[in-house]
Design a protein around this ligand. Sequence first.
Ligand SMILES: Cc1ncc(COP(=O)(O)O)c(C=O)c1O
Length: 340
Amino acid sequence: MSSADIDWKTLGFDYIKTDLRYISHWKDGDWDEGQLTEDNKLHISEGSTALHYGQQCFEGLKAYRCKDGSINLFRPDQNAARMRRSCARLLMPAVSTEKFIDACKQVVRANEKFIPPYGTGGALYLRPFLIGVGDNIGVHSAPEFIFSVFATPVGAYFKGGMKPTNFIVSDYDRAAPNGTGAAKVGGNYAASLLPGLDAKNREFGDCIYLDPETHTKIEEVGSANFFAITEEGHFITPKSPSILPSITKYSLLELAKERLGLEVEEGDVFIDKLDGYKEAGACGTAAVITPIGGIQNGNDFHVFYSETEVGPVTKRLYEELVGIQYGDREAPAGWIVKVD
Ligand SMILES: Cc1ncc(COP(=O)(O)O)c(C=O)c1O
């Protein structure tokens, strides 16, 4: 598809092949220089550990077109750091922050025409990934690795304005108490496909995962973190070693405190005490901020602010976050990296 054929207004979250992607190979202890390629297919050994043992990890971030035509990356250093932690957990060689950001910038520049125009609410989604490859059969770390970054344009998460979504508590766990929940590795997502489909088949946006140890506390909302506003007006988000540390969530913790003047806390959100919250939301690169209308837990359905209206604090957080990402509001130091 050429960028001229894209209808920016109806663009969703689907793979669209862009012109060039970055690829770098690791062998004998070192990463090569890396290069851009037109080829969107990988030719890898049938014995690759990524295929059999899930030795792979990935990231997701966006490039935003600003009003003045410049291009923003939002906190790419944090994605680089998280990928390094994922690599450490799965015994893979990491790439430096410098190499990670340089690869993202090269891919954005090479596919500039695919960045949705300012004002459409879309962005160029970047998918860095790192996989174990090379001839292998035993359960151990791969002899070779590939680090790659590709881009695909994605549309506004909310077409026609922000709307609350309902979610349902899953009986499944997405991660184990001392497992890989905090790493962005494919196995966590494979485990989430069935519970996610169950939720969607029942007309919910996605499922809510409880903590795998006691099943009493909220952990994640599908592929997003959870936050709520308490009756006293505090911003709270769950704290647990099996949650993926969301860059959006840590950004909201800071914005809620510094810009909205709220007390903020990482703590327990018990599923049977939802009456203590007046607003709730899901947050992440893809979900941005999705207001949560209600949560179905067994036979109970709990509505937070409203099933149709967005709460005032959620709205302010959304405006602050999105304003920073598109360059309309001043960003805290170091949050925006320009692609020039
Ligand atoms: C399981 C999960 N939780 C939370 C998030 C949100 O993280 P971030 O804000 O870094 O995109 C994501 C998306 O990356 C995710 O896949």
